[in-house]
Design a protein around this ligand. Structure first.
Ligand code: R5P
Length: 276
């Protein structure tokens, strides 16, 4: 690993080995969803509490303060929208690389993010996106975050309650994370699963961060964060549970307390309520 790559990673992963990434890249396929309709003010308020902020180049250029000290994780792929997915299942996975490494360096990115869609029609294509991006990025000392197993279908898999389906979900996450790391990702982002998450993190060759998923009750998100870290994740890359919260600053501070101060979920929730 080159010095530049280690240096960039050290900006994202803090001295305690943990990280709180704030994900705000959703608009690249979902458009102006709740919480990011007017992103500038929201970013001004929340980004200072994050260890890194994950967003698109449009968001960086139009809404992120140029003097921000938080490292940027730049969404580097995309293409299809949620509208395309409605008309043709499997379309959303049809991602292509959308930016060059020069674009990323120009924006002073500390990492780039690429999605992989294991098990879909576009798994080879998106694996190829990841692998090509890793080859290019390593020339610049730029880490690559692979995003796997997020989205509506995975939300549904995550919500399954019978044992067999839970096991299938764990197997899927294990496979996807391992594949991402085999293809050279330096960090992997994936959903949390209740059963066997430590096997997911333990069989991935690189550090794993948990994606937040659909906004839910704050205590639930804090519990998942706690369990994910206990299960071997180095932190989270969380979006909607923060920016769609009734009080995003209270929420991100509480998530921070779990990741960096070892707060248990109930203590972190108490903190959340005290900040409302
Ligand atoms: C999805 O592809 C995006 O990378 C999101 O940033 C990701 O799902 C994390 O955000 P959330 O916590 O809202 O799920």
């Amino acid at each position: 690993m080159s010095w530049g790559l280690k240096n960039r990673l050290s900006r994202i992963i803090q001295k305690d080995g943990r990280t709180l990434m704030f994900a705000v890249d959703h608009g690249y396929f979902l458009g102006a969803i709740t919480g990011i309709k007017q992103p500038k003010k929201m970013l001004d308020k929340i980004v200072p509490y994050a260890d890194a902020v994950m967003l698109t180049r449009g968001m960086v250029n139009s809404a992120l303060r140029y003097d921000t000290s938080q490292p940027i994780i730049l969404r580097a792929d995309g293409g299809p929208s949620i509208a395309a997915e409605k008309n043709n299942s499997n379309k959303l996975s049809n991602h292509e690389i959308m930016i060059t490494l020069e674009d990323a360096v120009k924006l002073n990115a500390s990492a780039v993010a690429i999605s992989i869609f294991v098990g879909t029609k576009h798994e080879t294509q998106t694996m190829n996106n990841l692998s090509r991006m890793v080859s290019e990025a390593e020339k610049y000392g730029m880490p690559v975050l692979a995003v796997t197993a997020v989205g509506a279908e995975l939300d549904a898999m995550k919500a399954q309650s019978n044992k067999k389906d839970k096991e299938k979900f764990r197997q899927y996450l294990t496979l996807a994370c391992r594949m991402a790391s085999e293809h050279g990702a330096h960090l992997v982002k994936t959903y949390y699963c209740k059963e066997g998450f430590s096997e997911v993190t333990g069989s991935c060759l690189v550090p794993v961060v948990m994606a937040g998923g659909k906004a839910g009750d704050p205590l639930g998100a804090l519990k998942e964060t706690y369990e994910a870290v206990k299960g071997g994740a180095i932190g989270v890359d969380m979006g909607r549970n923060i920016f769609q919260s009734v009080n995003p600053v209270a929420m991100i501070k509480s998530v921070r307390s779990v990741i960096h101060e070892g707060y248990r979920p109930n203590k972190a929730f108490k903190l959340y309520k005290s900040l409302l």
